[in-house]
Write a protein that binds this ligand. Structure first.
Ligand code: GLC
Length: 425
């Protein structure tokens, strides 16, 4: 089987799930200015150390997080096992720089895995390839390391092979000690720090051996859009804070699985002053947009130092959940429709069910271009009520290819996102 076919098979369930929760959490929640603070402010290991000594998330209850994800209609989650600062939320035998050695005193990843699995939500790990704590990670001259301009690091001898071994060892731990893991989310490759620098072929072979069902993102390097990608090119593309305009295809024009990851405000890690939250309606439209282009949406939350997801994020996700409760049939298992993008919104489709997501009511009788004679039934998805298919007398000559429906109101019945389920003949 070709890489393309294997990838399509491996990602089938992942692509049907469509909606997931990203969780960025670590020591950086204490300074509360996002997860890049060490790099942005060139903070030395010494000056960052107090956060390790203080880390005590007394309100950490991943059961609450899992319940929220479930309520929001999310089917999987991806949590930072280690972010760029190198701090591990899991009990790795390969480092002392981990949650069990802080006042938290526990393996926080284990509790996350157990809680989410108990809710029937699939679990994934984010793992940073960058590591600003490990002694054998390049410092001086690296584009991102907090010590990149520190002359004292200039002639330091590092043994990068040690670091690669560490990465492989930790990935082995993560994929051995926590049962079934559904997603492995590496972040990220840059310049020559890519692909075989991480010994990516060997790494991916080990991952597939340990977790045959897992899907892996594309940030180990390699080009997932090539005709025959390298083995570490990943199972899905991961556009960040941006949505592709037409979905993603390979060089031969065949669709490639993808997942957009997006923040709810403007930061991944907790930021106390960042109140620039998106509305629930915006998040719903983002989700619809992704599905209409054949992609998934991974929405981020950044819990605070005490271990709580910010109230604003909770409120948004609960509202999204309200919409999902009635309308998720137009999301799960759905993908790109066999139709051009309509002027009033988006289509998603699953087999013979075509979902019209109306963002703009427009005026006059509601029209589906090109669908006359192709529809068996139209229903409002939010309550299942029937919508009468019409044949306005004017439509006989001028609009004969179009189908019409009586929406019954001049406004949209569901302002967050009205969905009409169209059953195709
Ligand atoms: C970026 C950032 C990182 C974040 C990630 C999520 O690559 O480095 O902080 O975790 O995007 O996609």
């Amino acid at each position: 089987m070709s890489f393309y076919e294997e990838r399509a098979q491996r990602t089938r369930a992942f692509c049907a799930d469509r909606f997931g929760m990203f969780i960025h959490w670590g020591l950086y929640a204490i300074p509360a200015q996002g997860e890049w603070i060490r790099s942005n402010q060139r903070i030395s290991a010494e000056d960052y150390q107090p956060y390790f000594e203080e880390f005590n998330p007394v309100r950490y209850d991943p059961k609450e997080w899992a319940a929220l994800a479930k309520k929001a209609g999310m089917k999987y989650a991806v949590m930072t096992a280690k972010h760029h600062d190198g701090f591990c939320l899991f009990d790795s035998a390969l480092t002392e720089y981990k949650s069990t050695k802080t006042p938290a005193g526990r393996d926080l990843i284990r509790e996350y895995v157990d809680a989410f699995r108990a809710e029937g939500i699939k679990v994934g790990f984010y793992y940073s390839l960058l590591d600003w704590h490990h002694p054998d990670y390049p410092k001086y001259g690296d584009p991102f390391h907090p010590m990149r301009e520190n002359e004292a690091c200039k002639d330091e001898k590092i043994r990068f092979a040690n670091y690669v071994e560490y990465v492989h060892g930790q990935v082995r731990e993560l994929l051995t000690n926590y049962g079934r893991i559904d997603v492995m989310w590496f972040d990220f490759s840059y310049k020559n720090m890519s692909g075989e620098t991480w010994e990516a072929t060997k790494l991916v072979k080990m991952i597939r051996e340990l977790q045959p069902g897992i899907v892996i993102d594309n940030r180990l390097g390699g080009d997932g859009k090539a005709a025959e990608p390298v083995i570490y090119a990943g199972d899905f593309e991961s556009p960040e804070q941006i949505l592709p305009s037409e979905g993603i295809a390979d060089v031969l024009g065949r669709p490639v699985p993808w997942e957009a990851c997006m923040t709810l405000n403007d930061n991944w890690g907790y930021h106390a002053k960042d109140k620039n939250y998106k509305s629930a309606k915006n998040v719903i439209h983002m989700l619809i947009e992704c599905v209409s282009k054949g992609g998934n949406l991974l929405i981020n939350v950044g819990p605070n130092a005490k271990g709580e997801i910010p109230g604003e994020s909770v409120a948004i996700l609960e509202q999204v959940g309200g919409w999902m409760r009635e309308n998720s049939a137009s999301i799960y298992g759905c993908g790109r429709a066999d139709m051009p993008k309509p002027e009033w919104g988006r289509y998603t489709q699953r087999g013979k069910l075509l979902y019209a997501h109306i963002f703009e009511r427009g005026v006059a009788t509601f029209r589906f271009n090109g669908l006359e004679g192709k529809l068996k039934k139209a229903r409002l998805l939010m309550d299942g009520s029937e919508l009468k298919l019409l044949r306005p007398w004017m439509a006989r000559d001028a609009y004969e290819a179009d189908a019409f429906v009586d929406l019954g109101t001049a406004d949209l019945p569901e302002p967050m996102g009205t969905v009409i389920e169209l059953e195709l003949l």
